[in-house]
Design a protein around this ligand. Sequence first.
Ligand SMILES: Cc1ncc(COP(=O)(O)O)c(C=O)c1O
Length: 463
Amino acid sequence: MQLQHETLFNNAQQMLENERADYVRLHPQSMQLSVSANEHFLYGVPMHWMNDWGTPAPLFVKYAQGSHFTCVDDIYYVDFCLGDTGAMFGHCPPALAQAIAAQASAGFTTMLPSSLTPNVGEALADHFGLPYWQLATTATDANRFVLRWARAVTGRKKLLVFDGCYHGTFDDAMVDMTMRNETIVDAVVGKTINRSSLLGQVYDLGQYTVAVPFNDIATVERELAKGDIACLLTEPALTNCGMVPAKAGFIESLRNLTQQYGTLLVLDETHTISTGRGGWAKNHGVVPDFLVVGKPIAGGLPAAAYGFSAAMAEQMKAAKDQAPPGHSGIGTTLSGNMMTLAAIHATLTEVATDAAYAHMLGLAESLEDQLIASIKSHDLPWNITRLGARLELQFCEATPSNAEEARNAQNDVIESAIHLYLLNRGVLLTPFHNMMLVCPATSVDDVKRLAYIFDECLNELSN
Ligand SMILES: Cc1ncc(COP(=O)(O)O)c(C=O)c1O
């Protein structure tokens, strides 16, 4: 018999209370650092959202290496968050550390292309399968720049995204779709509105951005047919509202429809780079107009890139050449610096290898099997969705097919209780949802440890 939701919820609340007390007891140095850092940092952290992990105070890190890190209280953790993909190839892979050390005595930034430039272009083309590239410092910036190019090239103004998307803090995509179960002032369902949590945005983003439900090809076609969408920006699976995989053929249909209606298709593979070497699109034979990659491509140093075809390169040059000289609105001073080029080159050629992916995918599959077995043995209506090296635990029986279903499956109390239970026993998951990532340095024992502690956690939650 399935456990009543109410019992589970009450147990989770009790667990959360106990684990919060344990966290304080186990982490005196982190508690102390959060007080001293508070003197000069907002919320005591370098980025305000580092305070949102759900721990009584942030966990301060002393040292990270491979699939592990140690906090300031000398507790050793197995890291399945891996900087939410930034460290997807492990912390400090030796080949990358050596390349960075060598570059460190040969220059950081000059505002000129370094001698490695052709090699980096070749590595990007070989890895992701698109011939032309430009760099950015973060995936947020890469998405922002691609939208500018898309508008310049097509002469159209609008952006199409999917409800539940996250493409970084790039304003145009910070929208939501109004839902049936919300109190909506003007009672319109399916309208694109500014994300309610967005700070300081004074423009109505719905003017030029349209959000539609993922996996709903009829609605996509209805919007594209209006003929005013410059580009459709999506991940091959939504990975930031839980995990919502594309239905079979959905991305391929987006490719066909965008071509039919003169809209550019932008695939943001910042997270789905977990699928396999070269990302989802390359592994599924889909060629987008632009491909965005970020986070792990320089092993965790700030770097991102966007790729495009030779035909697109010609159109971009034509748009740039027609514009008067001056600021294009594309680029930042430190993008494409010498250090970044060295780090991208080492990561793509020596770290993100076929062998590394084979290891990651094999272990992630084994982790999936172990977590599913544990969920089944506790008769819980939950699922695990996996995209290559990336796994998501969701509190619903079937994998969601759009963001609304994914949101309905969320339960903050159960989620926080599980995260903190694991953290207090030396295992870190990604905050804000239930993502686990396997890196080349993750071992069979690391996976067993997570599976074992997760099972113990479910024992307590179901008691
Ligand atoms: C799909 C996707 N694109 C872009 C970004 C933005 O990356 P960054 O924060 O490094 O700019 C994220 C961040 O989580 C992401 O998940």
